[in-house]
Every structure is written in C-alpha cells, then in structure tokens.
Write a protein that binds this ligand. Structure first.
Ligand code: 4AD
Ligand code: MG
Length: 429
C-alpha cells in the first residue's frame, strides 16, 4: 500500500513501506545514492546502496534526472544524520516516468524565468507550502461566514456595465455583443440580500489595470460580502471580525507550512482593536509625513504605503469624499461631501486589503449619482430597480485574497500568492 511522506514520518523504525513521488534532489557519494523524494505532503531522504538495494535499482536512481517520478520500496529508518531524523533505506526502485531532460528550474533563477516556467515551478515544496496557506485562508473565510449564517452565492463573471469605473474593464465579445469581465460581484449580491439578507462569495474579479505595482493583478480572487439592514459601524465590525478570524485561523491551520517557509504570521497585529481614521485625518497623517494630497483625491498606492507604515495594526480609513469613490456609495447625511465608505489598510506599508461601504439605497439619489458621474442610468436599470421595490439600508465589502496573503506572509509581490498569476505582462502559462 502506498504511503505518503507525511504518514511514514510517524511509522515505526524498520517498517516496510511503498512510497511514490518525484526526485527533488540527488547526491551521490561513491556507492551511495541519496534521493530527496518529494510528494504532495513533504520530502524524505531515500538512501540506496549496493548490498542493501537491488543493483539495478541503484543504477536506475543514479541515471534518473530530477523530477522523474518513481516508486520506492524500502524500510523506514530513524537516523539522526538524515534530515528530519528519518530516511527510507531503499530495497527496490521503479521508474514511473523519467524526466526527459534536465529539469529547467534551477537555484538562483531570475523571477522572469521562474514565472515563464510557473507550470513547473509550482511543484517546489516552497510553492506547495504557499498554496496550502492560501487554501487554509480560503477555508477560514468560509468558516467565518458559515458561522455567522451568511449564504454563499455564485454570481456571473460576464457582465454588461462597470461596477468600479470604466477604465479597468476587460471587454469580451459576447456572441457579437459587447460585454465585460466583472470587477466585483457587488451588484448581484445587493440583489441577493433581498431574499437572503447576508450573502458572501469567493470568486475571481478582473481589472484591466496597467499599474505595475506589487499589489495589482489583472485577475484576483475576491471575497465579497453584503448585509441587509447594516450601517457603517456594523460593517466595520464585521470586517474587523473577519480579518482577525481569518489571520488567526490561517496561522493555526498552517503551522507546518509556516515552519517550512520560515515565516511567522504576526498575530499580534490583529489581536488589538483596529484603528479608525477619517479621510480628512489621513490627509493630516500624510502632511506630517511630508506629503500633500488635495482634498478629494483618492489615496494612491504610494499614499497608502506612507500612511499604513505608521500603524502597527490594520486601520480603517472612513468617510472618503464622493469624488474619490464609485457612484454607489451613500453620501453621509451629516456631511454630503463625503460618503459612508471605508477602506481597511494593512499595517507595515501594505495598504488597502478591503474596500467597503454603505450603499446608496434611495432611488432618486442613486439615479442622480449615476448621472453626475456621466454614466447612463439605462445601463443600470436592474440595479436601480432594487431601490424601487422595498429598498433597505445595506452595506458590503470586498477583500482581495492575494493582498491579505502578501501582508501576512510578507511577500514582495501579490503574484507570489497566485498559482498562475495574471498581470499586465503575464498571460502565459
Ligand atoms: O476596493 P475595491 O475596488 O472594491 C470593490 O470592488 C467593491 N465593489 C467590493 C464590494 O464592496 N463588494 O476592491 C476590493 C478589494 C481591494 O481592497 C483589494 O484587496 C482587492 O479587492 N483588489 C485587488 N487585488 C489585487 N489586484 C487588483 N488589481 C485589485 N483590485 C482590488
Ligand atoms: Mg478600493
């Protein structure tokens, strides 16, 4: 019976085992061959030498290239000299399929070459560990929403009108008609709350962003949530609870991977209360850091970096001016120049990880906002309809999965958190 690397590490000394995997590394010392055998669960050293191992098997292991797939029969041996204190003493080795050539991924390769070979690079134990952390994070997201009785909804990806502004829309030819890839499923979620009240989804969003920053992808995974009868305060509490839960739970689920990656998730960053700063105060923070930003302008990546590097916990920036936010944001009744909106910035210069706000729920007001920003209300007819039949106050948010991973794992670029990242210059593989 085949065992995984993870399983055999807890078996008894001397036990006979069968193991399948790939040759990650190989070292020869005279008659001795050491193979680091990799499978989906880890790496283990396999030792082969004549006398112990069938002669043909020793020759086979010597001849095989890295990443050849093999089946090993042998005995488990606890040996303090072996990495991790265990190895497999090989009795017989069989090739499943050889690597036809020398494996193209090598130590010290540049980023471009690695992303050109992403389909092969993602086999590395490092990449596997990263993807496991990502998977744990998404699991934690589902746990959070489920525990709060949110209903998961699946929304369309092909749409007819912009959510987040026309500049970043990807156009698709929809059987001869013009359509777009979605930037956010928010509007569909807004429709869904009338039946379900609290909904969430985890889906890709698309942005034709030319900005080549370490935090922009053209396709990213978007956790979005929408809540009926919710105000700005309730919204921020939900986001804070979500982010705290997801970070702590991901850390808890990913101990093995984090050890392997030699990373520590700074859980202390989410344990305390998140900061809250109004947009106008954020401009003050900027000013004190020697940056002037005109009231009304949106905070760019650079401004967010400056602001968030001065905080040791996530911070909400609230009450953005109308002109800095999309049309669907509800103006603050006590100061209509600003909106009941908030972005959550991750500390240490990481910048925005969540975009959120209370929605304009009044029919006239929403229609006027659509016209004010130069859009055609006809394109938003069904969305406006939601305000014609029993509209209620509601609010929602979107959180980028790659952004959160970049923050908690201290990655230099969001693309590292994606199996096959899409950026302005990267569409293959
Ligand atoms: O702030 P954004 O644009 O908000 C929305 O799309 C809302 N409609 C969401 C909602 O309220 N339902 O995007 C939300 C989050 C950002 O905070 C960021 O984490 C992520 O999505 N994001 C990106 N991540 C990677 N690459 C990009 N190009 C991203 N654009 C947004
Ligand atoms: Mg945003």
């Amino acid at each position: 019976m085949r065992r995984t690397v993870k399983e055999i590490k807890s078996l008894k000394d001397g036990e006979l085992i069968e193991l399948c995997g790939w040759i990650w590394n190989k070292r020869e010392h005279g008659k001795l061959v050491f193979v680091d055998l990799r499978d989906g669960t880890g790496i283990i050293q396999v030792a082969a030498r004549s006398g112990l191992t069938e002669e043909a098997s020793v020759e086979l292991l010597k001849s095989l290239n890295r990443e050849s797939s093999v089946r090993i029969y042998g005995n488990l041996a606890r040996d303090p000299r072996a990495p991790g204190g265990v190895e497999v003493r090989c009795v017989r080795a069989e090739v499943i399929s050889p690597s036809m050539e020398d494996f193209p991924i090598r130590r010290g390769m540049g980023a471009k070459a690695l992303y050109d070979h992403r389909h092969l690079h993602i086999r590395s134990p490092r990449m596997s560990a990263l993807m496991r952390v990502r998977s744990n994070l998404i699991w934690a997201v589902h746990e959070f929403f489920r525990s709060r009785e949110f209903v998961e909804v699946d929304c369309p990806t092909i749409i007819t009108a912009a959510v987040e502004g026309g500049a970043t829309l990807f156009e698709v030819n929809y059987l001869g008609r013009k359509a777009y890839l979605t930037q956010s499923v928010q509007f569909y979620q807004e429709a869904a709350i009338f039946g379900l009240e609290k909904v969430y989804s985890v889906q890709p969003s698309f942005r034709a962003e030319l900005s080549r920053t370490p935090r922009h992808l053209t396709e990213f995974w978007h956790v979005e949530g929408e809540i009926a009868f919710c105000d700005l305060e309730g919204l921020m509490r939900t986001i804070e609870d979500l982010v705290r839960y997801v970070v702590l739970r991901t850390e808890e689920l990913s101990r093995r991977e984090l050890d392997f990656l030699r990373r520590r998730i700074r859980t202390e960053e989410v344990e305390g209360e998140f900061y809250r700063v109004k947009y106008s105060e954020a401009l003050e923070v900027l000013r004190r850091a020697g940056r002037e930003l005109e009231w009304g302008s949106d905070l760019g990546a650079d401004e967010e970096r400056v602001i968030s590097s001065q905080f040791d916990r996530p911070l909400f920036i609230t009450h953005y001016p109308k002109e800095a936010k999309a049309f669907y944001h509800k103006p603050d009744p006590s100061d209509p120049r600003v909106t009941l909106s908030t972005d959550l910035l991750a500390p240490r210069g990481n910048g925005e990880i969540v975009g959120a706000g209370v929605r304009a729920d009044d029919y006239e007001q929403l229609q006027n906002r659509i016209e004010e920003v130069g859009l055609n209300p006809e394109d938003y007819r069904w969305y406006l309809d939601l305000r014609r039949y029993g509209s209620v106050p509601h609010a929602g948010f979107g959180m980028g999965i790659e952004r959160v991973l970049k923050w908690i794992l201290d990655l230099p670029h969001v693309r590292m958190a994606s199996l096959f990242p899409r950026t302005p210059t990267r569409l293959y593989p």
